[in-house]
Design a protein around this ligand. Structure first.
Ligand SMILES: Cc1ncc(COP(=O)(O)O)c(C=O)c1O
Length: 414
């Protein structure tokens, strides 16, 4: 067995129906931070639910019982991939909704004497909900500002903001604009010393590196399954002692069920059932790359994700190298150290909309704008945060040939 094989792109693409329509696929898809292609195993599970079991789940009849079993399986598979108990996961409609519900529930642990630290680098989903919580409770909203040049967060600034009044710290694992990875382990350890809870937004991190929640042990961690090759759901992990300290947002008779405490919406049955396909995708990829193994799903997911991550980084490095020679400004780090393959750039000569259109003309999908991290772009002084940056966001199914096409277009536009 090769302990560190390369990612087999042909195999990967065979697992995604998006590539089956046209081989080799012409559209180069670099909009992945917005939402990824969906793995075939997920689509199969979704179709199966809709065709065989689209009924009220959990009943005495065989068909209702089967629907419930499929939903339980989707939840359990996701929990196993993350290495956490199934009841610690809330499977809501989106991360925006999950964080909003979590913030409302946090009124139980925040009062007018409390402070809530929120990073300016975050997507608005992990800022606005906390600002509203502070307005309602009288707590102090403390913005952990980014560096005005680089858009980066610094731990030394975080240390200055921390004190005994801080009850919550809300920070992104990786920026959805500049791709930098934040030291959430250190943030969590420092916050704990002051008795504060930590809410980590992993939406932009999880598609590049499957989160190791079991190792990280945050108070809350969220990501969006529709960006990790699955259905349109927000996955929210909450540590049991944290969830139990909060004001439940479910129907009163469901309060004793940990997995329902933060579920303010009714579950999307089919989308939850389809998560079982994500487990199949990781398992098939592990088998393909490493051979048969009795390792637990969580270890397999980490091993496969490491291959994906290396592949993306190997593709992204030449793009950054080429960009360093071109008349574009990269926001964030201009090499692969401490970042994910998610590049934000702008030009003095062209609007970001023009850059995006030039790429689209060559059948390359890469969007522009502030991607709801508007405060970050305003803080680094971008002239027009609505036009924003051109974002080139990789997934593990991208190819070197696609990157060459991106480089050629950007070089031509100049
Ligand atoms: C970093 C980050 N956080 C949160 C969100 C919100 O996720 P959702 O679309 O599931 O509400 C996004 C969406 O793009 C994001 O990129």
């Amino acid at each position: 067995m090769n302990p560190s094989p390369s990612l087999d792109l042909k195999f990967v693409r065979s697992c995604f129906p998006a590539f089956a329509q046209e081989l080799p696929a012409r559209t180069a898809f670099f909009e992945n931070a917005g939402g990824s292609y969906v793995a075939g195993a997920v689509l199969d599970a979704l179709t199966h639910f809709y065709t065989a079991n689209k009924v009220q789940p959990y009943g005495a009849s065989e068909i209702c019982a089967a629907a419930g079993e499929q939903m339980d399986r989707g939840r359990q598979v996701t929990a196993d991939l993350l290495g956490v108990p199934a009841e610690t996961l809330t499977l809501g409609p989106s991360t925006t909704q999950n964080i909003n519900t979590l913030a409302v529930a946090c009124a139980a642990i925040v009062d007018a004497h409390a402070k809530v630290i929120v990073s300016e680098q975050d997507h608005e989903a992990n800022i606005g909900a906390w600002e509203r919580l502070c307005r309602r409770t009288g707590a102090e909203f403390v913005l952990w500002e980014v560096d005005k040049q680089s858009g980066e967060l610094s731990l030394s600034r975080f240390r200055e903001l921390l004190d005994a009044q801080v009850k919550l710290v809300c920070v992104t694992h990786s920026s959805n604009i500049i791709g930098s990875v934040n030291l959430v382990e250190e943030v969590t350890a420092l916050a704990r010393k002051h008795g504060a809870r930590v809410v980590i937004d992993g939406v932009s991190y999880a598609p590049h590196r499957w989160p190791d929640i079991a190792a990280l042990q945050p108070d809350a961690y969220c990501f969006s399954a529709y960006k990790t090759y699955a259905t349109h759901l927000g996955v929210l992990y909450t540590a049991p002692d944290f969830a139990e300290s909060l004001d439940p947002q479910c129907h009163y008779f469901n309060r004793d069920f940990l997995q329902k405490r933060l579920d303010a919406a009714g579950p999307d049955h089919a989308s939850i059932a389809a998560l079982a396909g994500l487990g199949e995708y990781f398992a098939a990829s592990h088998r393909h790359h490493f051979g048969e193994s009795a390792a637990p799903p969580h270890e397999k997911a980490q091993a496969v994700s490491a291959l994906m991550h290396r592949h993306e980084n190997e593709l992204c490095a030449p793009l950054l190298e080429a960009l360093r020679e071109m008349p574009y400004q990269i926001i964030g780090r201009n090499d692969m150290r401490g970042r994910e393959a998610n590049i934000a750039l702008f030009s003095e000569k062209h609007s970001s909309a023009e850059l995006s259109a030039a790429l689209a003309h060559e059948d390359i999908a890469a969007g522009h704008g502030h991607f709801y991290a508007k405060r970050l772009l305003d803080s680094v002084g971008l002239r027009d945060s609505e036009d924003g940056v051109l974002r080139i966001s990789f997934s593990h199914y991208n190819s070197a040939e696609e990157v060459e096409r991106v480089i050629a277009v950007l070089c031509g536009v100049g």
